[in-house]
Design a protein around this ligand. Structure first.
Ligand SMILES: O=C(CO)[C@H](O)[C@H](O)COP(=O)(O)O
Length: 238
């Protein structure tokens, strides 16, 4: 029988969905993921209608490095920013990349050719294009400077997809959905850019995140591979 791990890698190679529960001790949330490189508008619709939470694009550390993409918390923590916009002196900011909270968040963006950036057809194009552009600059061994310029020619910020940036040491220091999804992409051999969305409850008075048991049952009913954070860590780090 195929294991959930093998099924997940196969699904990603085929551009299909996988479900990842980070862990009860962490968020205790299940996020659905598709590989960005082959993301279709229909896949994006599935994330929006079946998961329903915030949609984001996890980018591997090498992708962020290739384009010089920062963590937004580090940008907002700059003294120049607080001097000009004093509210940022007072707001708590996730700095660095190692905390388990929302510190992996980067900038938001849209592809420049989109009209508003919001529809499924436009958001999926934004995601696909980022993954494609990374492959292009990687294969051509483009300098960081030239890669950043190409990135700027294609994307504007702010936009309708926010980035989550993998830390440089991966799962050994952080086991967020950001690192878990990129570890899966690397294991599957697909471009390390993944599009994720957290599953929320649609059940009566429960306005929280979808609990692990119904999330697992939903995935099983659709033949979508379901993995926990600890299973992924075990497979990747041994
Ligand atoms: O909850 C989420 C989105 O709404 C995601 O889990 C989050 O954005 C990814 O971050 P992390 O790596 O901290 O899990």
């Amino acid at each position: 029988m195929t294991s959930q791990w093998e099924a997940a890698l196969e699904a990603l190679r085929n551009g299909e969905c996988v479900a990842v529960l980070d862990g009860e001790e962490r968020e205790g949330e299940t996020d659905l993921f598709f590989p960005a490189a082959s993301l279709s508008p229909a896949s994006l619709r599935l994330l929006r209608t079946q998961a329903g939470g915030e949609m984001y694009m996890s980018v591997g550390h090498e992708v962020a490095s290739a384009f010089g993409l920062p963590y937004i918390g580090n940008v907002l923590a700059l003294t120049e920013v607080s001097a000009k916009f004093p509210v940022f002196q007072y707001m708590e900011k996730s700095k660095g990349e190692m905390c388990q909270g929302s510190c992996s968040v980067g900038v938001s963006l849209d592809h420049r050719t989109t009209k508003t950036g919001a529809p499924d057809v436009e958001r999926s194009y934004t995601c696909r294009r980022l993954a494609e552009l990374f492959q292009e600059v990687k294969e051509m061994e483009t300098s960081v400077d030239a890669s950043q310029r190409r990135f700027g020619e294609e994307f504007h910020t702010p936009g309708h997809i926010f980035l989550c940036v993998e830390n440089g040491k991966g799962l050994s220091v952080r086991t967020g959905h950001t690192e878990l999804s990129i570890a899966l992409a690397n294991a599957a051999g697909v471009t390390p850019v993944m599009v994720g969305c957290v599953m929320l409850s649609n059940d009566g008075d429960d306005f929280g995140a979808l609990r692990p048991a119904p999330a697992r049952a939903w995935a099983a009913s659709r033949n979508i591979p379901f993995l926990t954070g600890s299973e992924i860590v075990k497979h990747v780090l041994g």
